[in-house]
Every structure is written in structure tokens, then in C-alpha cells.
Design a protein around this ligand. Structure first.
Ligand code: FES
Length: 176
């Protein structure tokens, strides 16, 4: 099996009071999200703003969370509560292609274990790990809401459904 980077994020986060900095353009983008919500409910903008943090920083990091807490006048723990609840937010660095395989009931019954084994063995890593070249991360996640086309996975923002090992090979060959 190829070498891989351990990705248990709880072992990797170095908690800090440092606050991330963003360009005026990115701050303006964040403000454009904020105005969609009532002034007394700034917290409602947390999810779109966490997506901005993730896009700009590559993942939702401690400095980015500190920025959002300040920006929204929330406690840091309020931001972490949301960031840690949703699997769509990466709390650790991920590879260029983040392969999220649904492990919940319909997908499990319809072949998720075989799909996961196939992908992991192609990449030489276990679920939860990133390849040494930083190109791929494989994660097992809860239901992605596409149970009728199980087994399925998400790569980036795209869904891949009714998976078979042959289909997975084609999908992975198409990733640059
Ligand atoms: S169980 Fe896999 S998408 Fe719902």
C-alpha cells in the first residue's frame, strides 16, 4: 500500500487566536451574503460564509473560524458548532479531489463496501486518508440525499450515482 498522510483532524488542529486575513474583494463577497439576512440574525449567513472560507483557505481552519466569529460577532464555538456538524466542511486539508463515499444504509446495502475497497485499493490509502501527492482524499460520509441511486459518491460538488467498480474506474480516469 502506498504511503499516505494520516488525516485524523483532531490530532492535527493547532488551536490559535490568529485571525485569517482576506482581500477586500473576498470581504465584499462575504458582506454580500450578510445583507441577505436580517441584521439581528447574522448567524444565518454562517453556511455560505463557511463555504467562502473553505474556498479561500482550502479547508475550514482555525484562523478562518476566528475571522468568521469576529465578522459575525459570534463566539468561536458558535462557528465551530456549524462547521463540525456538516460533512461538506473540511476540517483538515484535503486532496485536490475529495472523494466522499456515502456509507449510509441504502448505499451500504447496494454495494458501498465494495466501492470503497475498490477506490482505496486503487489509491493505496484507507478511507479518511489523503494520497502522499495530495491529489486524492477519500472520506466516508453520511447520507448525501441520493439514496434512490445508491451506491453513490460526491467528488467536489458533483454527484456520481449507481456506481459499479467499472464506472468508478472511468470516473477516476477522468479526474485530472
Ligand atoms: S444512503 Fe447513500 S445517499 Fe442516502
Amino acid at each position: 500500500m502506498a504511503s499516505a498522510v494520516a488525516t485524523d483532524f483532531t490530532n492535527q488542529i493547532v488551536y490559535t487566536d490568529e485571525v485569517a486575513e482576506f482581500s477586500p474583494e473576498v470581504v465584499a463577497e462575504m458582506e454580500s451574503h450578510l445583507v441577505k439576512y436580517p441584521a439581528e440574525r447574522k448567524r444565518s449567513a454562517l453556511i455560505p460564509l463557511l463555504f467562502v472560507i473553505q474556498r479561500e483557505r482550502g479547508w475550514v481552519d482555525n484562523e478562518g473560524v476566528n475571522f468568521l466569529a469576529k465578522f459575525l460577532q459570534l463566539e468561536v464555538t458558535d462557528v465551530w458548532e456549524t462547521a463540525t456538524f456538516y460533512s461538506m466542511f473540511n476540517l483538515r486539508p484535503v486532496g485536490r479531489h475529495h472523494i466522499q463515499i456515502c456509507k449510509t444504509l441504502s448505499c451500504k446495502i447496494m454495494g458501498e463496501p465494495e466501492i470503497t475497497d475498490h477506490i482505496c485499493s486503487k489509491l493505496g490509502i484507507h478511507a479518511g486518508e489523503t494520497t502522499a501527492d495530495g491529489k486524492y482524499t477519500v472520506s466516508l460520509v453520511e447520507c448525501l440525499g441520493s439514496c434512490g441511486t445508491a451506491p453513490m459518491m460526491q467528488i467536489g460538488f458533483d454527484y456520481y450515482e449507481d456506481l459499479t467498480t467499472e464506472k468508478v474506474d472511468k470516473i477516476m480516469d477522468s479526474l485530472k
